[in-house]
Design a protein around this ligand. Structure first.
Ligand code: C2E
Ligand code: CA
Ligand code: CA
Ligand code: CA
Length: 275
């Protein structure tokens, strides 16, 4: 038993070591990936549910790793947040996204995700506005998506940053609503223009009565607060139909298309005469 115990520890130590090493490699990799613009924007269509027309895109970060291929954000965003690189990463992705989108149809918007940690940077609004000016992308076509509890760590600073962004005409969306990271209290703390319903509710709306009730309630809440709703994670027609019936106006999800790189978006928009 003693030997087995020791072996177990040895196994555990080796697994630990491997994961610590993997993590360290991710961190050093990320440190050079950001300035080399290996972290690129992908774009996921957002559509008007009533007409099916594209209204804009959510910007989603991807790591085009030189040897490992495409790495998804769940792998590297937390590392960037924990190592102080998220601000640089975010601005690099925004710069590339704004540059790509500035000559798309003038009606198309971009929604960009901001990590709550970035709301501790007193210069965040100035940095975003500078990036807009330098790339020539209009502030009125930008929406910023915010999740999270950590808003309350420094609410006064978050409010002042958001105030500066809104003064420029940038819109604000409360992301992942209902998941526990975003709550009713947040709706009052910051001047949101839109609520996004998380895909965990949307995907199960047809076969789970609780999900249906929650989505219904969020849409009605949005109605009474005058906040339009975007539903995320729409994968089939039946879900789209139900959301439409409930009164949801905007949606996104694999039904309309997977997130695409800038070159693919250009081709898609050319076909639709939206360039
Ligand atoms: P999110 O903001 O909730 O973004 C939506 C996620 O759902 C995306 O995953 C998207 O690809 C996925 N999705 C969209 N439609 C569907 C669908 O119909 N079915 C399914 N199964 N999934 C769908 P992704 O790109 O892996 O992003 C994961 C998360 O990483 C995002 O969640 C967001 O919180 C974060 N993230 C991505 N890019 C950035 C960024 O530039 N900055 C920050 N701070 N966070 C980012
Ligand atoms: Ca989002
Ligand atoms: Ca999110
Ligand atoms: Ca979500």
């Amino acid at each position: 038993a003693k030997v087995a115990g020791r072996n177990r520890h040895a196994w555990f130590d080796r697994a630990m070591e491997r994961s610590i090493q993997a993590r360290a490699e991710l961190e050093t990799g990320l440190r050079i990936a950001i300035p080399q613009a290996q972290i690129v924007p992908f774009f996921e269509q957002q559509v008007d549910l009533a007409t099916g027309r594209i209204t804009g895109f959510e910007v989603l970060a991807r790591w085009e790793h030189p040897t490992r291929g495409l790495i998804m954000p769940d792998m590297f965003i937390p590392v960037a947040e924990q190592t102080g690189m998220i601000g640089e990463l975010s601005l690099s992705v925004m710069r590339q996204a704004f540059t790509a989108a500035r000559d798309w149809d003038a009606g198309l918007t971009l929604s960009v995700n901001i990590s709550p940690i970035q709301l501790r940077d007193a210069w965040l609004a100035q940095k975003i506005i500078k990036t807009l000016v330098e790339t020539g992308f209009p502030a009125s076509r930008l929406e910023i998506e915010i999740t999270e509890s950590a808003l309350f760590e420094n609410l006064a600073l978050a409010q002042s940053i958001v105030g500066s962004l809104k003064n420029q005409g940038i819109a604000l969306a409360l992301d992942d609503f209902g998941t526990g990271y975003s709550s009713l209290a947040h709706l009052r703390a910051l001047p949101f223009d839109r609520i996004k319903i998380d895909k965990s509710f949307v995907g199960s709306i047809l076969d789970n009565a609780e999900s249906a009730a929650i989505v219904n309630t969020i849409v009605r809440l949005g109605d009474s607060l005058n906040l339009p709703i975007t539903a995320e994670g729409i994968e089939d027609d039946a879900v789209e139909k139900r959301l439409c019936a409930i009164g949801c106006t905007k949606g996104q999800g694999y039904l309309y298309g997977r997130p695409l790189g800038a070159a693919h978006v250009r081709r898609l928009l050319a076909e639709k005469r939206l360039l």
